[in-house]
Design a protein around this ligand. Sequence first.
Ligand code: NAD
Ligand code: UGA
Length: 349
Amino acid sequence: MGLFGFMEDIETHVFGRLTLRWPPRLKRRLFDSLVTGSAGFIGSHLTEALLERGDRVLGVDSFDPYYSAAQKRRNLRRSLANPAFRFLRGPIQGVRLTRYLRKGAGIYHLAAQPGVRGSWGTKFEYYVQNNVLATQALLEEVVRSGVRSKVVYASSSSIYGDQPPGPMREDATPNPISPYGMTKLSAEHMGRLYARAYALNFVSTRLFTVYGPRQRPDMAFNRMFHAIRSKKAIEVYGDGRQLRDFTYVGDIVDGIVSAGATDTEETVFNLGGSSPVRLDEAIAHIRTISRLPVKIHRLPTPKGDPRTTWADNRRARRELHFRPRTSLREGLRRQWAWQSGEAGGDLVG
Ligand code: NAD
Ligand code: UGA
């Protein structure tokens, strides 16, 4: 530990100038919030929102190789400039993260192996590791520590899978159709078990296809904008008529923050705009916004891709005052501005 103490850990972890032991020895300091997956798409926005409301935030992220470390470094840039933020690079498993938290600190658990279509075959191992085992390790750590934190978990619309037509309600019977969805549901159940056994306050927020600046490079809009900028055809899976409740990342972050702050008996919330659109309608917006020619290459529907996602968000509206405000067109315009700006050059996928 050098002159800047903990900050040196941040720099060395992020910029890789030194190899540090894991878990690192950090100066004890008490944080108001812990964000796992803080270098990721949603986690980095959430971290900024918590800093903005005045929290001291500890972020942890393993820089999983699923996509480029360069994008994750950029995601963290703004938070790292804030002295109220500290970052640890490494897996959440096996680290006593709670010793850095004040009693009652909020824990926002977003670290995961995401991605519906890639969760088949040998890759499933990563899903079990990072979605099931990592969640269990975090929960064990929380209940053993006596930190009395509320844990807000980033679950997924993919736990619903195929459902009868119409909006998906939190009390529907889960029916995941991808291995990814199955691991997200396992983690929800895991939280429920710990809540019951140890009186832990555990809330699942089920997020519906999130988009906006910093979107993961494997997701549809990122891939499409990237292809258009590279003058390549966009790939459309299936007939393009699948419905998705695309929800802007800023609105999702508001919902997650509110889930952490609100006292409520409910433990599961859909966070989605409840205004699903067909993929081909979204592509029409992409065409208008980019003002570039869009060529389409059609491919079969991948295994595990649901036909429809559609949030019934009445519970979140009532209990969390969740008010998604960003229209798809406006959100896509912001994502396009991000992808065609400075960051655009480094995108992968
Ligand atoms: P992301 O991949 O950008 O962020 C996840 C981060 O977690 C990554 O930076 C990764 O390095 C980190 N990570 C993975 N395993 C880890 C571990 N064991 N320890 C520490 N860090 C680890 O993904 P995202 O799109 O921002 O998703 C965030 C969360 O929201 C995930 O839990 C995901 O399942 C959930 N979710 C996302 C969407 C969406 O549309 N993006 C929708 C529903 C749910
Ligand atoms: C997204 C996230 O990737 C998951 O992590 C998350 O859990 C899930 O949302 C969720 O809502 O829970 P997905 O809906 O597949 O999953 O999001 P996109 O990658 O944006 O795909 C949207 C649609 O576009 C899908 O039907 C997909 O098959 C299609 N698609 C994707 C294409 O047609 N072309 C592409 O290049 C990529």
